[in-house]
Design a protein around this ligand. Structure first.
Ligand code: AMP
Length: 215
């Protein structure tokens, strides 16, 4: 099962990625998480991308494509994988077509005013990637992870100004992928494109997605 999750920042891709991949026993590959980990570790990659990621711009295509090509060639991806946050540009989508067949493109759609509310309240436990929301899904103790008790943080790119930047980048560069994959539907062996309403409860959205995936 090879899956792509599309959808704007805050659409719930990360949340759905965890649930879907647990069901299929495949790895969830989040390019954003890979970059955040590299930045925290201060690695060469982290130094290269820190300023770009924290400003809400996109990391250059050639760098992301190379990273994903290496990642999906690893042994744990043999039975499938889920890509969360890749592809984000037409160039990335075209490169992916040459790298691996994809079964489904899951496009999670949430209106923009809802997105700003979601992202500005988002809190993260950096070590595990667990996410919370101050209003919709608060931790048991304020600003603490439910499982470890460690402090939660706000992603540096979840400030309101950067959220707006990320949304404009999404509209310019990533939204056109919807059309790209819809056009591909005419071809035999193209990934199946699923348009999913991303408002409503996490469980209902997961069930809707699952009901469309056949394997
Ligand atoms: P995300 O966690 O998916 O919202 O990604 C966080 C940030 O990482 C983005 O705002 C970009 O700066 C960078 N990033 C993640 N995935 C990609 C990608 N496929 N192409 C370019 N930049 C990316």
């Amino acid at each position: 099962m090879r899956l792509i999750l599309l959808g704007c920042p805050g659409a719930g891709k990360g949340t759905q990625a965890k649930l879907i991949t647990a069901h299929f026993h495949i790895p969830a590959i989040s390019t954003g998480d890979i970059f955040r980990t590299a930045i925290q570790q201060g690695s060469e990659l982290g130094r290269q991308v820190k300023a770009i990621v924290e400003s809400g711009h996109l990391v250059p295509d050639d760098l992301v494509i190379k990273l994903v090509a290496e990642r999906i060639s690893q042994a744990d991806c043999e039975q499938g994988f889920l890509l969360d946050g890749f592809p984000r540009t037409t160039a990335q989508a075209e490169a992916l077509q040459t790298l691996s067949p994809i079964d489904y493109v899951i496009d999670i759609d949430v209106p923009e005013d809802e997105i700003v509310k979601r992202l500005s309240g988002r809190r993260v436990h950096p070590a595990s990637g667990r996410t919370y929301h101050l209003i919709y899904q608060p931790p048991r103790h304020p600003e603490q992870d439910d499982i470890t008790g460690e402090a939660l943080i706000q992603r540096p790119d979840d400030s309101e100004a950067t959220i707006r930047k990320r949304l404009s980048v999404y509209h310019e560069q990533t939204h056109p992928l919807r059309h790209y994959y819809q056009q591909l539907q005419k071809q035999k062996d193209a990934p199946r494109y699923l348009h999913i309403d991303g408002t409503g409860s996490v469980d209902v959205i997961t069930q809707t997605i699952m009901s469309h995936l056949h394997h």
